[in-house]
Design a protein around this ligand. Structure first.
Ligand code: NDP
Length: 302
């Protein structure tokens, strides 16, 4: 199928790019690997308070507003459309089922995924003590002991939420200082039931039907600790593997772009978190999507 623009990824950046491509009369296909649009909004369980002009009780509510706003738009939308490879020079995207889409321009908005720790029990105890989110699962650990892994904003924000329910929250951090912003880190001082275990790594999650404990390592010394819940928040990784060797990526796999979202290949753009590790916000994603669409419009009509 031939389009002016193929957008890969239907989170805020991709949705915004689709809206603006449609607004500018470009024949557009929006491809999303999952079975619904929204990207990370679907796993944002906290309220969204810093998106200009709108507050929402969670990411899903904001996603619903985005989709409602776009319901009459004429661009084509494809769910469960996973891009297996993209020939960025020829502008051909091949899906995992073999279907091919070609365009004059490509917008990549495949975002990031949560990094995994890669320890025993992380997958097998998911939903059985391994939590998805503090906000979503806080009630399930009421009166219990929970380990939160990580030292960034996400770990500390979740530790603060869990401390409202849990008897004890242990933040397990591999370094000797937190990287979370001071606004979050400061609040830890006022929570009697949060303890930070510095220079410590979580090496195993164990239990029977449900989580019963974790193995921790510090200075090559391992010990076991009884916990009923574990939440892992150790950052994110860009979904750029399918583009390796095709586009210029930075050392962490983020796509390199200029201020208009242009990659090193003509008429190939990258927008949202996949190309913006500095400011991975909904606001930035939406703006980047619009900027890319306008730039494509000028490029194709010149
Ligand atoms: P970050 O990359 O900011 O932090 C990741 C943390 O996990 C660091 O403490 C890091 O330790 C640790 N870590 C990384 N890999 C491992 C590993 N293999 N084993 C153990 N620990 C590890 O990610 P976050 O998920 O905290 O945040 C992602 C983005 O989302 C950030 O931009 C953040 O600002 C944003 N965010 C914003 C919020 C808000 O505005 N309310 C809330 C939550 C997140 P080390 O320092 O040693 O590398």
């Amino acid at each position: 199928m031939d389009f002016d623009v193929i957008i890969i990824g239907g989170g805020p950046a991709g949705l915004s790019a689709a809206l603006w491509c449609d607004e500018l009369g470009l024949k557009t296909a929006l491809l999303e690997a999952e079975n619904e649009f929204g990207g990370q909004l679907l796993w944002t369980f906290n309220s969204v308070e810093n998106y200009l002009g709108l507050s929402c009780k969670n990411g899903r509510e904001l996603r619903d507003r985005f989709l409602a706003h776009m319901s009459g738009r004429g661009f084509l939308r494809f769910l469960q459309a996973t891009a297996r490879e993209a020939d960025v020079k020829k502008k051909i995207v091949t899906l995992s089922d073999g279907k091919k889409y070609s365009g004059k321009a490509i917008v990549i908005s495949t975002g990031v995924r949560r990094r995994k720790l890669g320890v025993d029990g992380e997958e097998s105890f998911l939903g059985k003590g391994v939590l998805v989110s503090g906000k979503r699962d806080g009630q399930s650990v009421a009166g219990q002991t929970v380990a939160v892994v990580g030292g960034g904003d996400a770990a500390i924000e979740n530790a603060l939420i869990l401390a409202k329910f849990a008897k004890k929250v242990l933040v397990v951090h591999r370094r000797d200082e937190l990287s979370a912003r001071p606004e979050f880190a400061e609040k830890l001082k006022y929570e009697d039931n949060i303890e930070v275990l510095y220079n410590t790594e979580l090496t195993k999650i164990y239990g029977g039907q449900i989580v019963q404990g974790v193995e921790l390592e510090r200075d090559n010394f391992r010990r076991e600790l009884d916990v009923e819940g574990v939440l892992i928040r150790i950052g994110v990784a860009p979904n750029s593997e399918f583009l390796k060797g095709q586009l210029e990526l930075d050392v962490n796999g983020y796509i390199k772009i200029d201020s208009l979202g242009k990659t090193n290949v003509e008429n190939v753009f990258a927008v949202g978190d996949i190309s913006n590790p500095v400011s991975p916000t909904i606001n930035s994603a939406v703006g980047m999507g619009a900027t890319a669409a306008k730039t494509i419009y000028y490029s194709l009509s010149s």
